[in-house]
Design a protein around this ligand. Structure first.
Ligand code: ZN
Length: 96
């Protein structure tokens, strides 16, 4: 299951404007995946990634990943993450 979420990450990296074509690995719904990247510093291409499904509220949180171009990033430190990222249940690498 975790690997399928990693595929979502690479799909976003390859084609960030085609989110509606992504299918949730958990509930199989389409167009329900959302994400944010949070760079460690401004202009840093490395950061955290939050990717989740708005329907089943599952997803992943990755640290120290590359931030793809043309993706949604949060650099404004006044933004409260829990206001833009819903609480979701993290899928872990152990979950098959
Ligand atoms: Zn889902």
């Amino acid at each position: 299951m975790f690997n399928k979420w990693l595929m979502i990450y690479s799909n976003i990296a390859d084609n960030p404007l085609k989110m509606e074509a992504l299918k949730c690995p958990n509930c199989k719904n389409m167009g329900t995946i959302d994400y944010y990247f949070i760079p460690y510093t401004i202009n840093n291409e490395l950061g955290s990634a939050y990717i989740w499904c708005n329907d089943c509220k599952k997803g992943i949180h990755l640290d120290r990943v590359g931030i793809p171009k043309n993706t949604k990033i949060i650099i404004d430190e006044s933004i409260k993450l829990d206001e833009v990222i819903p609480s979701f249940k993290e899928v872990t690498p152990e979950e098959k």
